[in-house]
Structures are given as structure tokens and as C-alpha cells.
Design a protein around this ligand. Structure first.
Ligand SMILES: Cc1cc2nc3c(=O)[nH]c(=O)nc-3n(C[C@H](O)[C@H](O)[C@H](O)COP(=O)(O)OP(=O)(O)OC[C@H]3O[C@@H](n4cnc5c(N)ncnc54)[C@H](O)[C@@H]3O)c2cc1C
Length: 575
């Protein structure tokens, strides 16, 4: 029975391929695994092997011709089979395919009116992009521009973590040849002031950028009246109505506080409360060993606070590659942090000046006391108060449902950032904002979630992109792993952050394509950009290997980890 041999899809972004050379001629016998043809994409060249046995009855796409992926390139038949009814000669692909760009609609004054709700990294970036593309943009925020990220998230946590890191460096100055005389202590009040100064500097920057792009900013709480109007209630209780052709909802997220008895007690904090403490506590219990919980654990522990982490899962940092997370956990325990995994907080009670936290563990129950309890078990999208019912916006498990173009189910209304419940990260919100603004203004744009970097600012840092080993296994991918321990890297040694640190690269065995990069070590959060670009470009491990890396850098270890995939690392003993 005759079958079509088709142009395979060799990578996520491949849409067509050019046949460089057929290894078989018409009439040749083909066995399973025989080399059939070489195909070249804009990225890679691969030899395609036969999956079926038969006679190569007809070549439809010859040498030097291109075809779209999944288009037939040849016919395989049984000996003597008549394929005349089967043959429909495929046309080679025209090379100059044009991408359709829609023209934006405009209202009477010639400009499309775009209204953005929320001025976080999603909303303000969307507003600027829409304005760049010629829209008349109004941005509404009920709080401070910059949203969670600038005011109570990414930036303030990193300001505090930076000081905590320097403090530790100074305390251990003698390790690097610095003798310190006298007391070294953290001035929490002036650190808080520094944090506020940096926030207001950055918020001022965002305000200036919005003004420079002609975006009108309205401070107040937005709620939908109908598909084309929102009501904005200002702090003094007055309200205005704003009309728009298109809307972008970027209302972000807020901490999720689970209904544990005692969470309402004074001293039980969310991440915002933990950032704004008047003074450092003696001890703190952190409920949740995810990214935010782990960063706060590092922060408080580095500043001399006794830290206990309680995590419900059997491990901390659930989204991180297990091997890396285990190394982090070991290091955190080594710095004096108590970590209870497979553990559940059952109650929080007042006990004199302290809070008493009851923890249910696998085999026993435990009670830990501390001055403060930080709840960091997750965040959920802010949809409350937006009156989404008025426009029938579809929700999916509490988050606003969107497609990859950031469109909701209602035409002309888009949603971006944390409120969509996708990757709750500032850079994702910003990229989604650009996608939404471009689609509104007639440029076809879509989010791709395959190469999203994620960073955790522990000491050392953690950063990853792409699949973890567990995910690769679960997806049934035939994968290879290369690990380079950073103890073998000069720059890491100089920075004395060698304990358990590593770069781990995961590749798809078939094409040696890099599908995951996981870094635990100094500069991880900067280095991950190389891994992200590698995934974005569907790079193979050879492309990383043949890239010259500067010395001495932690980045050299990326190349070594790539070499380790092939068991030819130079600065490590191979398996
Ligand atoms: C402690 C902490 C640390 C973090 N660290 C990092 C990090 O290091 N890196 C990273 O990538 N991400 C980090 N994040 C996550 C990051 O802050 C969020 O992913 C990001 O801020 C989401 O952006 P957004 O624009 O969707 O929403 P948000 O930044 O939450 O902004 C939403 C805005 O909408 C406004 N708003 C809400 N409802 C209304 C309404 N009805 N009317 C008017 N305005 C409204 C709010 O006032 C707010 O300003 C951290 C988060 C926290 C809590």
C-alpha cells in the first residue's frame, strides 16, 4: 500500500525545509533506518531516515527544492504497485511568502483608543508599545505605577537580598583576605530607606516613560460598565467614565492566604508585610518553600534571623529541576535554615510574645515558635472589583482565560500578566503586554512559552530555562544530560560559591538539541540568557561547544556542561 513520505518538523519554529540531497533514487529499495534525504532549515541540516520499508516509487520534491512541513515529498510503495492514482505532484514552495499585516482600525480623531487596567510590568509596557504604534492610550492604576514588581516584588526583594549578600561577604571577609575590625551590623532602617529610594527612582522612571510616550495616566480603581466603557473610582470617592476601542486587563495578582486557623493573628505576614517590617525579628517561620519563600529564607537567614521553612511537598522549589533543588536544599540546611518538607501547618496560635505554629509531619507532629510567620504559599490573579461579569469575560480556575495572542473570549478585550495565571513572572507579563498591544494595533503577534527563563535569587543564585529532567522523562523524550560541577570553574572558586553548584544541560538525543538549561551558582541569573537564546534558536549542543567563551568567567562552564553531554568535558573527569 503506497504511502507519502512527508517533510518532517525538525524544530519548534520550523515551517519549511529544503531538500539538499536525496540518498535514494526512484525505484530504489528502502529499508527502515536507511538514509533517505538531507533536509536543511534556516537552522539545521539533518539526514532523514526511512521509517517504513518499500520502493521509492516517486520523488515529488527534488534536490534544492523546498516544502512546507508535513507536505508529501515522495511516495513509497510496494513492489510493482500502480501509484498513478496516488501521484499528485507537489509544487515546490514559493520562497517569498509574505506575512499578512492587518491595518489597525481608527476612531474619528484618527487614533485607536486603548485603555490599560493596571500599571505593573505587564500594563505599563503594553501601554508604551500601543502608544509607539500610534494608539491613544489611557492607563489606569489604583496603586503605584510599576505594580507588584517595582513596589512589593522583584525590586524590593532584590534590594534587601543584595545587602544581605554583601553583609555575609563582609562577615566572612577573612576568607578573601579582608580583616574587619569592630562590629559589623545591618542598619535595617537605612536599608528600608534605600529600598524606598530605589523604588521611587524606578517608579519615577516609569512615570516619565509613560509621559514621554503620550500615555495618559489615571489613578483610581477600574471596573467594567460594558464592552466599551469602564468606570474609574478615585480615592476621594469621585468617579469618571473612560471609553475605549480596546482594553488590556493587567490587574496582576495578590498573595493567596490559605484558611489555616490563626492566619489573621498579628505577626502573620504576607510578602508585602515581610518586606516592610519595622525591625528584624529574632526568628521567622516561612510557610511555603517555593521561589518567594526560598528567597525570603535566604534573606532573613543571611541577616541573622533564625529561619524555619515548612513545605507541603516532599521537596522545596517545585518548579526547579529536582537535582538542582536538592543541592539548594542541602546548602540552605548547611547555612542553618531548618526545612520541614512533606509538612503541613495546621494551626497558628499566640503564645506570649511569640507565635506557635503546629506542623503535621509524616510520622510526628511538631511545634515551632517564632516572632513572625510569613505565608508564601502562592498568589492568585486579581479579578475582584473589575466587574468582569458585565462583559462576560471567561475565567479558567480563577484566572482570565486568554489565547496565545492574549485575547480573552470577548473581542477587543485582552488580558496579560499574572491575572492570566500563566508564568507569574515580570518579564512574561511585559512580553505578553507587547503581544497584546501589537495584536490590537494590527501586527500579528503571539506568545511562545517554550523558552521562558526563571530565576531565584538565593545565594548562590538559581536560574533555569526549558525542561527539567523530570519533564523530559515524563514526556518520553530520549534525552541526554551533561553536568559540569562549578567547583571546577576558576571564577566560581574566586567567588567561593562552589558547594554543590553546577550547570546542567539537557538535550534531545536525536538531534542534540538543547531542551533545558539549569544553573545553580554565582551569576546564574545573568548567565541564563545564553541558555534562553540557545533554546529560542533551537541550538544544538555543538553550537554551544563551538562558541568561544571568555576566560575566566562562570560562563565558560556553559561550554563545559555542553561538552559533558558528550562526555568530553575538558575540565572535569568524564563518566
Ligand atoms: C515578593 C515577590 C518577588 C518577586 N520577584 C520576582 C522576580 O524576581 N522576578 C520576576 O520576574 N517576578 C517576580 N515576582 C513576580 C512579579 O512581581 C509579577 O509576576 C509581576 O509583577 C506581574 O506583573 P503584572 O503587570 O501582571 O501585575 P502587577 O505587577 O501585580 O501589577 C498590577 C497592577 O494593577 C493594578 N490594579 C489591579 N486591579 C486594578 C483595578 N481594578 N483598577 C486599577 N488598577 C488595578 C494594581 O494596583 C497593580 O499596580 C515577584 C513577586 C513577589 C510578590
Amino acid at each position: 500500500m503506497a504511502i507519502n513520505i512527508v517533510m518532517p518538523k525538525l524544530g519548534l519554529t520550523m515551517s519549511e525545509g529544503t531538500i539538499i540531497k536525496w540518498h535514494k533514487n526512484e525505484g530504489d529499495m528502502v529499508k527502515k533506518g536507511d538514509s533517505l534525504f538531507d533536509v536543511e532549515t534556516d537552522k539545521i541540516t539533518n539526514t532523514i531516515e526511512a521509517k517504513e520499508e518499500g520502493i521509492l516509487a516517486k520523488i515529488l520534491i527534488g534536490n534544492g527544492k523546498s516544502a512546507l512541513v508535513t507536505a508529501p515529498v515522495a511516495i513509497l510503495s510496494d513492489e510493482g504497485e500502480d501509484i498513478s492514482s496516488f501521484v499528485k505532484e507537489e509544487k515546490p514552495l514559493e520562497k517569498d511568502i509574505k506575512v499578512a499585516v492587518h491595518q489597525s482600525e481608527t476612531n474619528e480623531d484618527g487614533k485607536k483608543k486603548v485603555v490599560v487596567i493596571g500599571g505593573g510590568p505587564g500594563g505599563y509596557v503594553a501601554a508604551i508599545r500601543a502608544a509607539q504604534l500610534g494608539a491613544q492610550v489611557t492607563l489606569v492604576d489604583k496603586g503605584s505605577l510599576g505594580g507588584t514588581c517595582l513596589n512589593v516584588g522583584c525590586i524590593p526583594t532584590k534590594v534587601l537580598l543584595h545587602t544581605a549578600e554583601i553583609y555575609q561577604e563582609v562577615l566572612h571577609g577573612k576568607d578573601i583576605g579582608i580583616q574587619i575590625e569592630g562590629n559589623v551590623k545591618v542598619d535595617w532602617a537605612s536599608l528600608q530607606q534605600r529600598k524606598e529610594n530605589i523604588i521611587s527612582h524606578l517608579v519615577g522612571g516609569v512615570t516619565g516613560l509613560l509621559a514621554a510616550n503620550g500615555v495618559e495616566v489615571v489613578i483610581g480603581t477600574a471596573s467594567f460598565i460594558d464592552r466599551h466603557q469602564i468606570k474609574v473610582t478615585k480615592e476621594d470617592g469621585s468617579s469618571i467614565t473612560i471609553n475605549g476601542d480596546d482594553f488590556i486587563i493587567a490587574s496582576g495578582s495578590e498573595p493567596f492566604i490559605p484558611p489555616i486557623p490563626g492566619v489573621e493573628l498579628e505577626g502573620v505576614l504576607d510578602s508585602t508585610g515581610a518586606l516592610n517590617l519595622d525591625a528584624l525579628p529574632e526568628d521567622i517561620i516561612i510557610v511555603g518553600g517555593g521561589v518567594i519563600g526560598t528567597e525570603f529564607a535566604t534573606l532573613f537567614n543571611s541577616l541573622g534571623v533564625k529561619v524555619t521553612v515548612v513545605e507541603m511537598l516532599p521537596y522545596i522549589l517545585p518548579p526547579i529541576d529536582r537535582e538542582v533543588a536538592a543541592a539548594v536544599e542541602e546548602n540552605m540546611i548547611g547555612t542553618g535554615i531548618d526545612i520541614f518538607t512533606s509538612a503541613k501547618v495546621t494551626t497558628i496560635e499566640k503564645d506570649g510574645e511569640k507565635l506557635k505554629v503546629s506542623i503535621s509531619l509524616d510520622r510526628e507532629d511538631k511545634v515551632v515558635k517564632a516572632d513572625k510567620v510569613l505565608m508564601s504559599v502562592g498568589r492568585r490573579g486579581v479579578t475582584r472589583g473589575l466587574n468582569l461579569e458585565a462583559v462576560n469575560i471567561r475565567l479558567d480556575r480563577g484566572a482570565i482565560y486568554v489565547d496565545n495572542g492574549m485575547r480573552t473570549n470577548i473581542e477587543g478585550i485582552y488580558a496579560i500578566g499574572d491575572v492570566t495565571g500563566k508564568n507569574m513572572l515580570a518579564h512574561v507579563a511585559s512580553d505578553q503586554g507587547i503581544v497584546a498591544a501589537e495584536n490590537i494595533m494590527g501586527i500579528d503577534s503571539a506568545m511562545k512559552y517554550d523558552a521562558i527563563p526563571a530565576c531565584v535569587y538565593t545565594k548562590p543564585e538559581i536560574a533555569s530555562v526549558g525542561m527539567t529532567e523530570e519533564e523530559a522523562k515524563k514526556k518520553g523524550i530520549n534525552y541526554e544530560v551533561g553536568i559540569f560541577p562549578l567547583v571546577n570553574n576558576g571564577k566560581t572558586l574566586i567567588m567561593k560559591e562552589v558547594e554543590n553548584t553546577m550547570i546542567k544541560i539537557i538535550t534531545d538525543k536525536k538531534y542534540d538539541e538543547i531542551i533545558g538549561v539549569h544553573i545553580y551558582g554565582p551569576r546564574a541569573t545573568d548567565l541564563i540568557t545564553e541558555g534562553t537564546l540557545a533554546l529560542r534558536l533551537e541550538a544544538t549542543v555543538d553550537e554551544l561547544i563551538t562558541t568561544v567563551h571568555a576566560h575566566p568567567t562562570v560562563g565558560e562552564a556553559m561550554k563545559e556542561a555542553a561538552l559533558a553531554v558528550k562526555n568530553i568535558a575538558i575540565h572535569a573527569v568524564n563518566k
